[in-house]
Design a protein around this ligand. Structure first.
Ligand SMILES: *Cc1c(COP(=O)(O)O)cnc(C)c1O
Length: 411
């Protein structure tokens, strides 16, 4: 039996100069001074650009790459990415405004998500973006609003597949789900779409988030393409769009290893000519959130106190779960595991110690690192949580305990 303790995948995307992390080409100390307060989030443009450029080199050239805004909706970041990707995927009216503000062509914006309000649907139809249908009732609402506005709404059908993947981190499809329309109900819905005055685009299938295993994503893509080709036989018009979802994962926890994208790309390369043959107008879209931005971001909090309680050393910081719920282990984790964490202004340090890093909230849930080996800190040192560019600030309960808001910078 292998008894070695699993360790974090090395976080070497940010250079280290004089034992201090460099973000966006400047030292973390200087960046903190520039931001003017702690805690804060910082996202590194270069890392985002490199990730997109690398994906473009590896993925088939005809595959379209979209960014799913909910991973990180910071307007400056979305604007930065908008010029590098082929489209943006939004999940609310607020995200739709960010996407339109970023200058993205509405024809390349799609709006998915259950429970869209009539006002949101009306705005999306007026903007001319593609609405991904999540229910039969939503279809009727969209058609009615289209008639009222004298517009032909652009729609795609989000399909809840008739298969489920075993190993995906967060399941979004298969079995009973609030997302999409069950595959077996899709043919009847397509007939109804044909009766209404709608601009039918195609299908959207999303099987799950935070996947680190290439084999699982390859199997998902195979089954998505097979299902989409079957459903396309009942399409009420030409197929313009086949969105195969996102879900590429990044390594967070000890033992996690980066996703091997090459075999996924090779499998897509094998499928695209077959799709082009059967559905010649259809664009195949990969919509990635976390994978584009997650590794480019850090969360930075300052050590404000230190104490020893019955032999365990606690570092108390001014940041915590109200700003980084995921790192505290309370965003979908079953067993809490540590994100990769370092002392950003003394990465190796001269001495090391095992500490538990907590936030200022009066709850035992407010933990940023549990018994980790870190450089020995002083008050004022900067604790850095890596892998924080996605599902960070906007996935956190920022009003909990009424602490000040947290700035975000793109550097
Ligand atoms: C959240 C979401 C994504 C992005 O998922 P990632 O795991 O961050 O890539 C893509 N598509 C839909 C429909 C989503 O809801």
């Amino acid at each position: 039996m292998n008894t070695a303790r699993p360790v974090h995948w090395p976080m070497n995307q940010f250079p280290i100069v004089d034992d201090c992390l460099q973000v966006g080409g400047i030292s973390l100390r200087q960046l903190a001074a520039r931001v003017g307060q702690t805690p804060f989030y910082a996202y590194d443009r270069r890392l985002i650009d490199e990730r997109v450029a690398w994906l473009r080199r590896v993925l088939p050239p005809t595959l379209k790459l979209h960014y799913a805004i909910k991973a990180n909706p910071m307007p400056a970041l979305v604007q930065h990415l908008a010029w590098q990707v082929d489209g943006l995927d939004v999940a609310s009216l607020g995200e739709m405004q960010v996407a339109l503000d970023a200058g993205m062509n509405p024809a390349h914006i799609s709006f998915a998500g259950p429970g869209k309000r009539p006002s949101e649907l009306a705005a999306a139809i007026a903007a001319g973006i593609t609405i991904h249908l999540e229910s039969a009732r939503e279809l009727e609402t969209i058609a009615r609003i289209g008639v009222e506005q004298g517009q032909q709404p652009r729609i795609a059908v989000r399909v809840n597949p008739d298969f489920e993947l075993k190993t995906s981190g967060m399941k979004m499809g298969g079995g009973s789900k609030p997302f999409g329309i069950d595959a077996e109900q899709v043919p009847a819905l397509l007939r109804r779409i044909g009766e209404l005055s709608l601009d039918f685009q195609g299908f959207h299938l999303f099987t799950g988030s935070q996947n680190l295993r290439a084999e699982t994503l390859i199997e998902a893509h195979n089954r998505i393409f097979e299902l989409a080709l079957r459903l396309a036989d009942d399409a009420p018009g030409r197929m313009w769009l086949l969105n195969i979802g996102g879900g590429f994962g990044i390594p967070y926890f000890p033992g996690d290893q980066p996703l091997n994208v090459q075999p996924i790309a090779a499998n897509l390369q094998r499928w695209l000519p077959l799709i082009a043959d059967r559905l010649p107008e259809a664009e195949v879209v990969l919509e990635l959130g976390r994978y584009l931005v997650g590794e480019a971001g850090i969360y930075v909090a300052e050590v404000v106190d230190r104490k020893v309680s019955r032999g365990q050393t606690f570092l108390i910081t001014n940041g915590g779960l109200h700003q980084h719920l995921a790192a505290s282990g309370n965003f979908g984790q079953v067993i809490r595991k540590n994100y990769p964490v370092v002392v950003g202004n003394r990465v190796m340090g001269t001495e090391r110690e095992v500490v538990t890093v907590v936030g200022p909230l009066c709850t035992p849930l407010d933990v940023l690192a549990d018994r980790m080996d870190l450089a020995k800190t002083e008050i004022g040192d900067l604790i850095v949580v890596f892998q924080s560019g996605a599902y960070g600030l906007t996935a956190s309960p920022t009003a909990f305990l009424s602490h000040p808001l947290c700035p975000e910078v793109l550097v």
